[in-house]
Design a protein. Structure first.
Length: 110
């Protein structure tokens, strides 16, 4: 299933720490806080929070590092279970509507 998120940050690491190979990537997406159950003087939620999405590897982040923030991305997500807990795993990431710089210089007006 595909999920569209607004990516507001990301990080990646590929290397080794204390002899252990690590290849990880994480996207941080903005998500609206649920305001449906706000009660004046009792509880309040408003605005946005940041949600963490683990991606398959660091390369998934490295290939998007040139894109300015924030940007929209489509996550291909698979729901998996160990028989006790169910979680969502990101299997692929595709940036959406990214603006590419025009390689041709602009001409000055006469």
């Amino acid at each position: 299933m595909a999920i569209i998120i607004e990516v507001v940050g990301m990080k990646a690491f590929k290397g080794s720490v204390n002899g252990e190979a690590i290849d990880s990537g994480t996207l941080y997406g903005r998500v609206k806080l649920d305001q449906r159950y706000n009660k004046p003087g009792e509880n309040f939620k408003g605005g946005h929070a940041v949600e963490e999405w683990k991606v398959p590897n660091a390369e998934a982040v490295f290939r998007m590092q040139h894109i300015p923030f924030p940007f929209m991305a489509s996550l291909e997500v698979e729901r998996v279970s160990n028989g006790k807990e169910t979680k969502e795993m990101v299997t692929d990431v595709t940036p959406l509507n990214t603006v590419k710089a025009d390689p041709a210089p602009l001409k000055k007006a006469a």
